[in-house]
Design a protein around this ligand. Structure first.
Ligand code: 6PG
Length: 258
């Protein structure tokens, strides 16, 4: 399946736990190779509930593998409009599951300021932080080494929800928007930033995602166009979907034996 220049890779595992383990292994390989090649790894974590098991697996192995955590810089692909110590915060979830355990220097962890008074100004500031730290001196769009994404049953990814303005953003890299279906504001990476990444990994599990997964993996543009995750098409980067059997059940993918 051609998407941008890259062809999506799909890994299907029997259970959500096996999918999280496969995602953890791929996460570790990408981070280790990136640091070996580039001395630093700039990554963006996903929110929601699915990645929690992945983060716990990474935390459980934090000291018995060669993960170069001190060389990792952590950003967030989206955030809710709550304080960073709020139970609904994506940062709070990642902090408790992983970042309080992995030895990433605190100054290298950058929560998204999605509860600021001026959300547009805060989004612009977060974008400038990314341009400075990830993009260096380049005027080009900063290329994250790894962006981890989840997907909702409606096909949203990060906080790029169906029928919202941010889907059509072609210049800004980070925006804040009101999401009617939630009745809340969200801050999010936009497609230009996501699609500039060297690696994008989706971790999607559960039967409630099966329709959206079948749609975004289909070749039928008419079917794909209503699902924002279908517009993740890394220009030059690698795109990987890590699924469990339940999320893959409506595709024609080979489902692993139990
Ligand atoms: C968020 C996430 C969002 C998430 C999907 C899936 O802030 O909610 O960034 O994009 O990946 O909503 O969420 P679950 O993993 O909870 O199903």
């Amino acid at each position: 399946m051609n998407r941008g220049k890259s062809t999506a890779e799909v890994i299907v595992k029997s259970t959500s736990e096996d999918a999280a383990a496969a995602a953890a292994n791929l996460f570790r390989k990408i981070v280790c190779q990136t640091v070996a090649d580039r001395r630093v790894c700039n990554l963006a974590l996903a929110g929601g509930t699915t990645p929690h098991e992945l983060y716990e697996k990474l935390a459980a192995e934090v000291f018995d593998c060669d993960m170069p955590w001190p060389s990792v810089k952590v950003f967030f692909g989206d955030e809710r409009d709550v304080p960073h110590d709020h139970v609904d915060s994506n940062y709070h979830m990642a902090q408790r599951a992983l970042l309080d355990i992995a030895p990433v220097p605190p100054e290298q962890i950058h929560p998204m300021p999605a509860d600021a008074d001026d959300l547009n100004e805060a989004a612009e500031e977060y974008e400038q932080l990314i341009r400075r730290i990830v993009g260096g001196e380049s005027e080009d769009t900063p290329g994250f080494d790894l962006i981890l994404l989840g997907m909702g049953a409606d096909g949203h990814t990060a906080s790029l929800f169906p029928r919202t303005k941010a889907l059509n953003e072609t210049e800004k890299l980070v925006v804040s928007q009101y999401v009617p279906v939630l009745g809340r504001n969200r801050m999010t990476f936009t497609f230009p930033l996501i699609n500039a990444a060297r690696h994008v990994m989706f971790l999607i599990t559960g039967e409630d995602k099966a329709d959206a997964v079948a749609a975004i993996l289909s070749k039928d543009e008419q079917r794909r166009k209503n699902f924002p995750a279908a517009f993740v098409k890394p220009t030059d980067g690698r795109l990987v979907f890590v699924l469990d059997t339940a999320a893959a059940k409506k595709t024609n993918l080979k489902i692993p034996e139990k």
